[in-house]
Design a protein around this ligand. Structure first.
Ligand code: IMP
Length: 475
C-alpha cells in the first residue's frame, strides 16, 4: 500500500426519498443543513419541487438546492442534472430578490444537460400515459443518450451553449422545428412558445454564466480538504428509471449510488444514506401504488381529475372532507386526507393520490439501497385516522409479519397531538413512541426523526447523525 495516501477528512451523506416523491426532503435538509458545508443536486431538474419556509415566507424552488437559505452553505448542481435555463433564471431572480447573494455560493457543472424547446414540445404532446410534470426532463435525458438525430446534434451540455450560443441555438431550433413538423393539428401555441424561448435564451445564459463550474474536480477537492457534503436526491426511489415500475417513472436515476455519478464525487467519501418517507403516502402521476386508498377507482379518479384540470379549488367546492373522513369507502377517505393534509402538486397543482403507510415497500427500499436512517414526515397527519373507520393508525405490514400474524394491515393506537413538544422527543406520547418502534422493526432501520407539522421546528429528532452507533439498531 502506498504510504502517500492522504487522510480523508470530509465526507458525503446522500439523502433520498423512499416513496414516490414529495416526502418533505427539503424540510429535512433545512433541519440538518447546519451540519454540512455543501448541498449538492445530482439528478433531475425542474420536475422537482422543493417547498421551503424561507425567512420571508414560503417559496417553491425547483433547481436551486434546498440549503439556499442557510448562508454558510455552498450549493452545487452536478452534471447528472437536466438544467432548465429559463426556470433557473427565474429562481435566481427570486432568491436574490429575497436579499440572498449567490455569488461564490452557487456552482453549476458545465456538463449538465440543457433542456431544450424540443423537449417541452415532446413532453407536452407525448406524456399523458405517464403523467409527467411536462418539464421536458425525460426527452432531455433521452437526447443526452441519443447524441445526434437526423444529422442534428441533440445532446447539448451547458458548456456547449456557453462556448457557442449561436450555433447551438440554431441546432435547438432545428430539432424543435423537426418535432413540430411531426405534429398534426394546430401547433401555433407551441410555435409561439418556441420563438419566445429562443428569443429569451441569451439572457438566461448570461444570467447563469457566472455560476458555471468548469472544473470537474471541484467537489472532490473540497471534500478532500474537509468539506461535508449533503447530496439532495430529486424525486424518489420508487421513481428511479430502472428500479421503479416502467414506464411510470422519472427519466433519471434516483438511487443513492447515482449521487456519485451525477454529483461528480468519488464514492470513497460516502458516509451515510438518509431516507425520507412520509406517514400518509402520496403519488402524483400514473402507475402502481399498492397501498392506495380506493385502489383502481382512486387511480381512475386521479386520471380524470388531471384530464379535466380539477385540483384543490374544485375539490374544495365539491366535498366536505370532515364528512368524507368518516366514510366507509376508502376512496372517500383518500379524498378527505388529501384535502386535510394539503396533498396537491407543488409544481403542477395536480391532486396527489393517497395511500396507507407501506412498511413492506419501505423495508424493501431500505434493504436494497442501504438506507442507514429514516426521517418520517407528516406523522401528525396520522391523528386524522382516529375519526375514520380505522379508529387508529393503519399501516401495511411487511410480507413476513403479515404471513406470521395473519393480517395485511395493522391498526396501531392513535395519539393525542395537543401537548406534544418536538424539542423533547423522549416525552412524546407513548403511543407515538410505540408507533415509531413498530416502524423501525418492520423496515429494519432507525427512525431518526418524526415530522409533527410543516414548520421547521416541528420535527422531533431522536439523535443526530454521527452521534449514534447505527449498526446497533439495524436489523
Ligand atoms: P417527469 O419526471 O416529469 O418525466 O415525470 C415522470 C413521473 O415522475 C410522473 O409520474 C411525475 O408525476 C413524477 N415526478 C417527477 N418529479 C416528481 C417530484 O418531484 N415529485 C413527485 N413526483 C414526481
Amino acid at each position: 500500500m502506498s504510504a502517500n495516501i492522504s487522510p480523508v477528512r470530509g465526507y458525503a451523506d446522500v439523502l433520498v426519498g423512499l416513496q414516490y416523491g414529495d416526502e418533505g426532503k427539503a424540510k429535512v435538509i433545512d433541519l440538518i443543513a447546519g451540519d454540512y458545508d455543501i448541498i449538492a443536486r445530482f439528478n433531475g431538474g425542474a420536475n422537482a419541487g422543493h417547498t421551503i419556509d424561507a425567512p420571508a415566507g414560503r417559496v417553491v424552488l425547483q433547481q436551486v438546492p434546498s440549503g439556499v437559505f442557510h448562508p454558510h452553505t455552498q450549493l452545487y448542481i452536478g452534471s447528472g442534472s437536466a438544467v432548465n435555463l429559463w426556470k433557473l433564471k427565474n429562481e435566481l431572480d427570486l432568491v436574490e430578490a429575497g436579499g440572498i447573494d449567490l455569488t461564490g455560493r452557487l456552482f453549476i457543472s458545465d456538463r449538465c444537460a440543457v433542456v431544450q424547446p424540443a423537449h417541452f414540445i415532446i413532453d407536452e404532446t407525448n406524456s399523458e400515459d405517464i403523467g409527467t410534470t411536462k418539464n421536458g426532463v425525460g426527452p432531455c435525458y433521452a437526447d443526452r443518450a441519443s447524441r445526434v438525430r437526423n444529422g442534428i446534434r441533440v445532446n447539448v451540455q451547458l458548456r456547449d451553449l456557453l462556448a457557442d450560443p449561436d450555433t447551438v441555438m440554431a441546432a435547438m431550433r432545428a430539432s424543435a422545428e423537426a418535432e413540430l413538423s411531426r405534429l398534426a393539428g394546430d401547433v401555433q401555441h407551441l410555435r409561439e412558445r418556441l420563438d419566445a424561448s429562443i428569443t429569451s435564451l441569451l439572457d438566461c445564459i448570461e444570467r447563469v454564466r457566472p455560476f458555471v463550474q468548469t472544473d470537474r474536480g471541484y467537489l472532490g477537492r473540497r471534500v478532500a480538504a474537509g468539506a461535508r457534503v449533503l447530496f439532495e436526491g430529486a424525486q424518489s426511489l420508487m421513481l428511479d428509471v430502472v428500479h421503479g415500475d416502467q414506464p411510470y417513472v422519472t427519466a433519471s436515476h434516483t438511487v443513492p449510488a447515482y449521487a456519485y455519478v451525477g454529483g461528480d464525487l468519488s464514492p470513497q467519501y460516502h458516509r451515510y444514506t438518509i431516507g425520507v418517507a412520509k406517514a400518509v403516502v402520496s403519488r402524483v402521476g400514473n402507475g402502481p401504488f399498492p397501498s392506495e386508498l380506493g385502489a383502481e377507482r382512486a387511480e381512475a379518479y386521479f386520471a380524470a381529475a388531471c384530464a379535466a384540470g380539477r385540483g384543490k379549488a374544485e375539490e374544495n367546492i365539491d366535498y366536505r372532507p370532515e364528512e368524507l373522513l368518516r366514510s366507509a369507502d376508502p376512496m372517500d377517505l383518500g379524498i378527505a386526507l388529501r384535502m386535510l393534509t394539503h396533498e396537491y402538486g407543488s409544481g403542477t397543482g395536480r391532486p396527489r393520490r393517497i395511500g396507507l403507510l407501506d412498511l413492506q415497500q419501505l423495508r424493501e427500499m431500505v434493504g436494497l439501497f442501504g438506507v442507514d436512517v429514516v426521517y418520517l414526515n407528516k406523522v401528525d397527519c396520522l391523528a386524522l385516522y382516529k375519526e375514520s373507520v380505522y379508529a387508529g393508525i393503519p399501516v401495511r405490514l411487511t410480507a413476513e409479519t403479515a404471513a406470521r400474524d395473519g393480517e395485511q394491515v395493522r391498526i396501531l393506537p392513535s395519539f393525542e397531538l395537543s401537548a406534544v413538544d418536538p424539542a423533547a422527543p423522549e416525552l412524546l406520547p407513548k403511543e407515538l413512541l410505540a408507533f415509531r418502534s413498530v416502524v423501525e422493526q418492520e423496515i429494519g432501520a432507525p427512525v431518526i426523526g418524526v415530522g409533527l407539522g410543516p414548520e421547521r421546528d416541528r420535527t422531533a429528532q431522536f439523535f443526530r447523525l454521527g452521534e449514534h452507533r447505527l449498526q446497533e439498531t439495524r436489523t
